[in-house]
Design a protein around this ligand. Structure first.
Ligand SMILES: NC(=O)c1ccc[n+]([C@@H]2O[C@H](COP(=O)([O-])OP(=O)(O)OC[C@H]3O[C@@H](n4cnc5c(N)ncnc54)[C@H](O)[C@@H]3O)[C@@H](O)[C@H]2O)c1
Ligand SMILES: O=CCc1c[nH]cn1
Length: 512
């Protein structure tokens, strides 16, 4: 059965039929021609005469063209969001929640279509892309439920007077996304913002512009007022115009530490990391190995919270490393739209070269490549131009090496051995970043003792890289400001108003 994809052209109907029974697209067959900007309820062109290539990472071919937004277009999107805010912010939480629940239902119905678009534009495997779409839907459902729970405090004062506080929306919020979870990031930012009564202008990464526009259409179809969720496409210039716009009240940014530093305003910053994973000798080895793979190779290693510094206690180091290397070598790399694929393509050619450059640098600094770290060319001719590499495990690493210090943002794990708990904690915390950390041990007291001392915003005990939307996610130190997900995020999209209510007469101390 082939479902209709209104805005997308398949290469040939036959090509699509060749793919899995429920598959709408096959790798290398899709061209997108619809505009990718969206405001005031419609897809819109960007600046006249400006076009940038957008690639399909699995094949290296051009998937579509992006028309970046300049000042005029950013203004129009912000104006649309300002209009939408007027009525949306006056709705009750229940009313807002209803629209959001409808959006979540629509996402459920389009799960496969959205996941396929994510694969075609990002290169990650279809298996992971489906989970990203589920996370987006769950996040919207979660905040739809919380919308009606927004409340303040009642403070009793002498003489029957009282004060109360209430949470008020901020206005037009800007969302800026990275390319590693394009649809999910758009949902993680818009869901709490809209639940609190704000409107949003979202700018995805120019590398992965496709699915944010789909989310905009979904919100519109769910009954959101025109202009509630808008998408402006472009890179640094567009992002900067949006963040600097005088009518934007708050920016929530996901991206790298250097870019995050340039964004000023009340912000939520979700930035990069170089997170440690500590494996003690009393760990369940099977789970620890699986955890290390989860911590390094999901989304081709392009996950901000990855535990790329894997510290293993010396007694189990050889056994652990040999098992990790064996399992890493068994990871199925290839066409991300195939069910059997576990590792797809990296997001772009330049990023692939950057990641391979880190492997070369590691070798120069004395690390040993235990497996992977090479460009990979799949056997199917259509995938030969794609951006693939073999997942890499680096041994003989030292704490001062570039591969251990810097975020690589690709499938490269560094393994390091340690002797004592005290030593590994010192080394784990010896970084300017602090997004996540993990510990594997069977000793529950050790687990909590270690986690208490780890300087990281999200800590995992006996698992890694799971992100339920009900719990907050975000970093310490340079890895960020604020949190995404969980109840606390409502505070980042509202401001607290205090109202003093006098129930008696005014006692005027300026008169006698
Ligand atoms: N902490 C998290 O939750 C999280 C999640 C995903 C990715 N990341 C991080 O994101 C990085 C990878 O993503 P990337 O390469 O897209 O990051 P990036 O910083 O290059 O770009 C992120 C976004 O910022 C925009 N941008 C660039 N300059 C700007 C400016 N001056 N003003 C406003 N916006 C601007 C980009 O166009 C893009 O949309 C990694 O460091 C990764 O760890 C963090
Ligand atoms: O890449 C970092 C973790 C994440 C997943 N979705 C959004 N952020």
């Amino acid at each position: 059965m082939l479902r209709r994809l209104s805005h997308y052209h398949r290469g040939t109907a036959a090509a699509a039929r060749l793919s899995a029974a429920f598959r709408c697209v096959s790798t290398g067959s899709l061209t997108i021609t619809e505009p990718l900007n969206f405001w005031a309820g419609q897809r819109k062109p960007g600046q006249k005469g400006h076009k940038e290539h957008v690639y399909e990472p699995a094949t290296g071919r051009i998937l579509c063209h992006l028309e970046p937004c300049g000042a005029a277009e950013v203004n129009q999107a912000v104006e649309a969001a300002k209009k939408a805010f007027i009525n949306w912010s006056k709705l009750s939480g229940m009313e807002r929640g209803r629209v959001m629940i409808e959006a979540a239902h629509l996402i459920e119905g389009k799960r496969e279509e959205i996941a396929e678009m994510e694969v075609v534009n990002n290169g990650k495997s279809i298996t992971e892309a489906r989970l990203d779409v589920d996370s987006a839907r769950l996040c919207i459902e979660y905040y739809a439920g919380l919308a009606s729970t927004l409340a303040g405090q009642h403070v009793q004062l002498p003489g029957g007077s009282f004060a109360y506080t209430c949470r008020e929306p901020l206005g037009v919020c800007a969302g800026i996304g990275a390319w590693n979870y394009p649809f999910q990031i758009a949902a993680w930012k818009s869901a709490p913002a809209l639940a609190c009564g704000n409107s949003m202008v979202f700018k995805p990464s120019p590398v992965t512009p496709v699915t944010a526009a789909m989310l905009a259409e979904i919100y519109a179809k769910a009954g959101a007022p025109e202009g509630l969720f808008n998408v402006v496409q472009g890179g640094q210039e567009t992002g900067s115009l949006l963040c600097q716009h005088p009518d934007v009240a708050k920016v929530s940014f996901t991206g790298s530490v250097p870019t995050g530093r340039k964004v000023l305003k009340p912000v939520t910053l979700e930035l990069g990391g170089k997170s440690p994973l500590l494996i003690f000798k009393d760990s369940d080895l099977e789970n620890a190995v699986k955890g290390a793979l989860m911590a390094n190779f999901l989304s081709q290693g392009q996950v901000c919270s990855n535990g790329t510094r894997v510290f293993v206690q010396r007694d189990i180091f050889p056994e652990f490393v040999s098992e990790v290397v064996k399992r890493t070598q068994a990871i199925e790399i290839g066409d991300p739209l195939l069910e059997s694929t576990r590792m797809g393509a990296l997001v772009s050619r330049s990023h692939l070269h950057k990641v391979l450059g880190f492997v070369e640098q590691a070798k120069k600094e004395g690390a040993t490549v235990l497996c992977g770290g090479e460009p990979f060319v799949p056997s199917h001719p259509k995938l030969r131009g794609g951006f693939y590499m073999t997942p890499c495990v680096l041994g003989d690493c030292r704490d001062e090496m570039t591969c251990v210090k810097e975020e690589i943002f690709g499938p490269v794990m560094s393994v390091l051995s340690f002797e004592t708990e005290e030593e590994v904690l010192r080394r784990a915390n010896d970084t300017t970043m602090g997004l996540a950390a993990g510990v594997f041990t069977r000793d529950v007291r050790r687990a909590h003792r270690v986690v208490e001392q780890l300087k990281a915003g999200s800590c995992f005990i006996n698992n890694y890289n799971i992100t339920p939307v009900e719990v907050p996610f975000g970093g310490f130190k340079t890895s960020g400001i604020g949190r995404e997900n969980g109840q606390v995020t409502l505070e980042y999209y509202t401001q607290l108003k205090t109202v003093y209510v006098e129930m008696g007469d005014v006692e005027n101390c300026t008169l006698d």
